[in-house]
Write a protein that binds this ligand. Structure first.
Ligand code: B12
Ligand code: SF4
Length: 582
């Protein structure tokens, strides 16, 4: 039987910086789970020979955040194979313009292109008509894929192979079960491009809550679906066979995964009885400490860094976006519980809620610094992301929003605010990093880490990384990697290529400036770390954030500060308001 090859090129697009260059690095910091999911699914199709016994399916996967994609080479490889397709994977709204620019080149060469991910799914799930970005893709002959691909790839590949594809595939009304579903996996060379060789998997999808800024509930659903402990063990073993044992678990809220205990118990056995050197980064909610044994087991299973969706400390803001589950009087106890297990705490904080002003934001960040043992805080601008209730409301009522999807990266102001001008909002976003990462507060964080027994060198590294991202590289830490690459010829569609004689000297100057800035930041923080370590009194350090939490929440100082803003509807503690400590 004569054999033929169907070549699948999977690309996770990045997005453009303010100069129109692709944001990419020699090493990225966080792996792409969407890429791993699609790779796993198509590898399964290749193993099952779904295009016929005579057809080999070859797969090539790259994450643009850490790889310069050579579009011409990819086109040649598909042509040489005789058939194939390009999949633009897990495309978020901010990545859609970059995805379209690549699609444009592939389509010019007649290669089938399909785009999937949150932008396509979010728009199709929430908007009554196609937005211009999706229409432009269709006009280029790009196939749009909404919804999840588990259990559906064989049929889709057959459609592409036989040239009988539909313009839009929409599976948003039929979420696949996660138990025993094909799992995410990537070849080791792809994972090796992520700093620290982190791989990723999702142990569940969907979320029962209703935050109005969130897209997840409208794309993955409010009914949560979970992988089993057997699935997770299989994922860990498959990666360990490639010598990869560090994982970013992408569940938006692992604490609400109903299989959490079984999963953690299984990982504990792998770690403690079979010497798997597992390390986990988990995302959890602010009430996870109320789940008996959760934090202790997470730490034993290898969690050394936890991301907490704090979002805000002002109850008025939280209520305005239906984030009712966040109860500020529980924050300190929750954070202290992670510290007791030696786990570094990393929280996200959103700026631009309707009641926010530059002054209130400054005030609230100062309160956090004093009151809460958060090691790493990162800031986002409240953004009407396509797929969210906020976006739908603005869209339907015709309120102006930035038409450039590249700006939906949570670092740009994309719509008007009732109390701040766009400039004020953008300024307080930039200032927020300076306010939190002042040298004085960096010392406080390191002193807290010292008494809590958290590895200080790790905290210093993390503080450097998060404090320098926006201030040195001009990108959010979630987009930061190691050693920026700027390819002169990969510029946004419509922007002119810069003459090499101007481009390369500019690039060299920027590179030198950035290296100097990073080194001096790291040296400064290392000197602070050394000072803390040498301080004979360091062991006795204490402050308001480390103070034991009173059994009576009404005695909590944070409750005092926001006393007049805590709604009394959900059994909140009451206490007369006092001013924030100076
Ligand atoms: C992990 C994660 C990250 C990681 C990794 C991103 C990466 N390189 O992949 C990090 C932390 C770096 C990150 C960063 C950001 N993220 Co993020 N992230 C996530 C998270 C939590 C999980 C993503 C995931 O793996 N999902 C599971 C996969 C399997 O789902 P999926 O991508 O939808 O893929 C399925 C289908 O869509 C489909 N599919 C997808 N692609 C394709 C392609 C083809 C060909 C086919 C057939 C099918 C198909 O099949 C897949 C399997 O079923 C999601 C929330 C979530 N629950 O998904 C947010 C999410 C995707 N992120 C979001 C945002 C906004 C960001 C940031 C802009 C925020 C910021 N400033 O930090 C940055 C942008 C960074 C950048 N430019 O790369 C938004 C996107 C919303 C939107 N409309 O754009 C989300 C939805 C969260 C939210 N706030 O609502 N993120
Ligand atoms: S923001 Fe987090 S808690 Fe809120 S609905 Fe989205 S995933 Fe759930």
């Amino acid at each position: 039987m004569s054999k033929r090859t169907f070549r699948v090129v999977l690309i996770k697009p990045s997005h453009y910086d303010a100069n129109g260059y692709v944001i990419q690095w020699r090493r990225s910091s966080i792996p792409s789970n969407s890429l791993a999911s699609l790779y796993g699914l198509i590898q399964q199709c290749a193993d099952d020979r779904v295009l016929g016994p005579d057809v080999d399916i070859e797969i090539e996967a790259s994450d643009e955040c850490n790889t310069v994609v050579d579009v011409k080479k990819a086109i040649r490889s598909i042509r040489n194979a005789g058939s194939g397709m390009v999949g633009l994977i897990g495309v978020q709204s901010n990545q859609f313009p970059r995805a379209l620019d690549m699609a444009r080149e592939f389509r010019k060469a007649g290669v089938p292109v399909v785009i999937g991910g949150f932008h396509v799914s979010g728009c199709l799930s929430m908007l009554p008509t196609l937005p211009p970005s999706l229409q432009e893709a269709l006009d280029l002959g790009v196939i749009l894929y909404a919804g999840e691909a588990e259990g559906r790839m064989a049929e889709f590949l057959r459609d592409v192979d036989s040239g009988s594809t539909k313009p839009i595939y929409n599976f948003l009304n039929a979420m696949p079960e996660m138990a025993a579903a094909t799992f995410p996996i990537l070849p080791r060379p792809v994972v090796a491009r992520v700093a620290g060789h982190y791989a990723s998997f999702d142990a569940g999808r969907g979320c029962p809550f209703q935050c109005s800024f969130c897209t997840i509930i409208n794309v993955q659903g409010r009914k949560s679906r979970y992988r089993t402990a057997d699935d997770v063990e299989a994922i860990v073993r498959a990666n360990a066979a490639l010598d990869i044992t560090r994982f970013f678990v992408t569940d938006d809220n692992f604490a609400r995964n109903k299989n959490w205990e079984e999963i953690l118990d299984r990982l504990i056995v792998l770690r403690e009885q079979h010497a798997f050197n597992i390390r986990l980064i988990l995302q959890v909610d602010t009430l996870c400490h109320r789940i008996p044994g959760f934090i202790e087991k997470a730490a034993r299973a290898g969690c050394n860094l936890v991301f907490i969706g704090l979002e805000n400390i002002n109850p008025e803001s939280l209520l305005g976006t239906k984030k009712r589950q966040n109860k500020i009087w529980e924050y300190r106890e929750m954070l202290q519980a992670w510290h007791r297990q030696g786990v570094m705490t990393w929280a996200g904080y959103i700026l631009g809620f309707p009641t926010d002003t530059p002054e209130s934001i400054r005030h609230d960040i100062e309160v956090i610094k004093k009151e809460l043992p958060i090691d790493i805080l990162e800031f986002f601008c409240l953004t009407p992301l396509p797929g969210s209730e906020d976006h739908k409301k603005l869209h339907v009522s015709g309120v102006a929003m930035d038409p450039d999807m590249n700006n939906y990266d949570l670092e740009h102001v994309c719509t008007a605010h009732a109390k701040m001008t766009a400039d004020e909002w953008a300024k307080i976003y930039r200032d927020a990093w300076d306010i939190f990462y002042s040298d004085e507060h960096v010392e406080t964080v390191l002193r807290r880490a010292y008494v809590s027994g958290i590895r200080m060198s790790k905290v210093t590294e993390a503080l450097t990384f998060f404090s320098g991202a926006v201030r040195i590289e001009g990108v959010h830490p979630l987009q930061l990697g190691l050693a920026r690459r700027i390819v002169r010829t990969q510029r946004r569609h419509g922007m002119p290529l810069v003459n090499p004689l101007i481009f390369y000297p500019w690039r060299a100057a920027v590179f030198v400036r950035e290296v100097v800035n990073w080194l001096s930041l790291y040296r400064r923080y290392s000197a602070i770390e050394k000072r803390v370590r040498k301080d004979p009194n360091a062991k006795n350090y204490t402050d308001q954030a480390l103070a034991p939490v009173s059994a009576d929440p009404s005695e909590d100082h944070l409750v005092e500060i926001f006393a007049d803003k805590i709604p009394q509807t959900y059994g909140a503690p009451t206490r007369p308001k006092v001013a924030a400590a100076g």
